[in-house]
Design a protein around this ligand. Structure first.
Ligand code: PMP
Length: 454
């Protein structure tokens, strides 16, 4: 992996940084308070800066590069497509788009056989919601607290984390409810069966009081990702499916983060045997080498738009470079057993190691996940389960998490950190020795979190 590691060039890095600071306006940031690291290159499970520091990527660039950085088959497919035809409007049938749709449809559960392509996850959510509203003729959409669905108009309103708050003035038609999460149970449940039963009853009550005849859709992340990798208890998603069927509500599963191998199956829904009416995807579909997302659509909803136009579209829908990279990614994942690797590494290496780490560190309250999709819930105190930092903490209040993240980076590990959690989300291609290398760095860095426990 170090073969393409260039010799350090701090001057080049400084120039990149200076132009960035002068002209790039960054996501989710106070522009004057950030200090972005200049990155020189990436390969496999690693990326590196201009100063000669290499990082093992346990963040996967926002849980995206499931196939790792610079997979040669995907890079070659993009180059070949670029040489052949870079772009064509969505109204034409072209080989890369047809084949990408076929490969995705072949893997999505049940009869989700029609694919509407977007440029990313938020647009997928926007279009899924629009399809559900037009299909049902209803307007309300129910989504969970502790969720993330994207940063565009409908998607940010559906999101259940504080990034939604500034947009709440435009949230007409959106209703939030509590999904199950036993470790911090909204229902004060004592076991998974109780949590599941109470969560389903709470959802039914919410529907009854909102008026079932006005509810178009329920959207859930199959396994909520950004909000903490909370694997739902057995029976919950099947229960939601049954409730949706009973009230004629469209069931949308958001697999933007959990899809395409992340959980050790092609889709997280495969773990639960549940088929939604609409499934949103992005990220892992082509590991983000070119922006791509989409909605997989059931036969029934697709039929709604068979003789009547679907009122939605994007200039870059099914972009040839994005679709060619999706074809190469999905084929490489199948040929190289990459989904199976994610499952095996999760079950045999990461899961057991994290559980052992949790026993030794006072700051690790709970470990949860599967495949290469794990979260450590960090706490001030294991008995009280008080989060290591308060909800939505910033600045000095967030110092314990900042100290932990800095310790990871000093050790050569790039972590994913959100609120009081760190997520262990390496590529699905991660090897056993890379996983062990990262876990050892994480283990040591947790000392910085332990120092803030009481
Ligand atoms: N849904 C989920 C579950 C996500 O995790 C994300 C991105 N983290 C999105 C939607 C939005 O995707 P994008 O950033 O590509 O718009």
């Amino acid at each position: 992996v170090q073969s393409t590691h260039p010799s350090p060039d701090p001057a080049a890095g400084a120039a990149v940084k200076a132009a960035d600071r002068a002209h790039v306006f960054h996501s989710w940031s106070a522009q004057g308070l950030i200090d972005p690291l200049a990155i020189a290159g990436a390969d496999g499970s690693y990326f590196w800066d201009y100063d000669g520091n290499r990082y093992l990527d346990f963040s996967c660039q926002l849980v995206n590069t499931n196939i790792g950085h610079q997979h040669p088959k995907v890079v070659a497919a993009i180059q070949e497509q670029a040489a052949k035809m870079c772009t064509i409007a969505p109204g034409f049938a072209v080989d890369a788009r047809s084949e990408a749709a076929r490969l995705v449809a072949e893997r999505t559960p049940g009869d989700l056989d029609k694919i509407f392509f977007t440029n990313g996850g938020a647009e997928a959510v926007e279009n899924a919601v629009r399809m559900a509203r037009l299909h049902t003729g209803r307007s309300k959409v129910l989504s969970a607290y502790r969720s993330y669905h994207g940063a565009t108009a409908a998607a940010i309103n559906l999101t259940g984390d504080p990034r939604r708050w500034p947009s709440d003035t435009a949230s007409a038609g959106v209703v939030h409810f509590w999904a199950p999460f036993l470790y911090r149970s909204p229902f004060h449940a004592e076991n998974e069966a109780q949590e599941c039963e109470r969560a389903l009853r709470h959802l039914e009550d919410t529907i009854a009081y909102e008026g079932p005849a006005g509810i178009a859709a329920i959207i859930l992340e199959t396994i909520p990702g950004t909000a903490g990798i909370m694997v739902p208890p057995p029976g919950y998603l099947a229960g939601v499916r049954e409730i949706c069927d009973r009230y004629g509500i469209v069931f949308i599963l958001d697999e933007v983060m959990a899809g395409f191998g992340r959980t050790g199956h092609w889709f997280a829904a495969d773990h639960f045997g549940v088929t939604p009416d609409l499934l949103t995807f992005a990220k892992g579909v082509n590991s983000g080498y070119v922006p791509l997302g989409g909605v997989a659509i059931s036969a029934e909803i697709a039929a709604t738009f068979d003789q009547r136009p679907y009122p939605g579209g994007l200039t870059y829908s099914g972009h040839p470079l994005a679709c060619a990279s999706a074809v190469a990614t999905i084929n490489a994942m199948a040929e190289e057993g990459i989904v199976e690797n994610a499952a095996a590494i999760g079950e045999n290496v990461i899961g057991p190691a994290l559980k052992e780490i949790a026993e030794r560190h006072p700051s690790v309250g709970e470990v949860r996940g599967l495949g290469v999709f794990w979260a450590l819930d960090l706490v001030k105190n294991k008995e009280t389960r008080e989060p290591l930092v308060p909800y939505n903490a910033s600045g000095a209040a967030n110092q314990p998490m900042a100290d932990f993240a800095a310790a990871c980076k000093r050790g050569g590990l790039w972590p994913f950190v959100n609120m009081n959690r760190t997520h262990v989300v390496p590529p699905c291609t991660v090897t056993e020795s890379e996983a062990k290398e990262g876990l050892a760095i994480l283990d040591e860095a947790l000392g910085a979190a332990d120092a803030h426990t009481v």
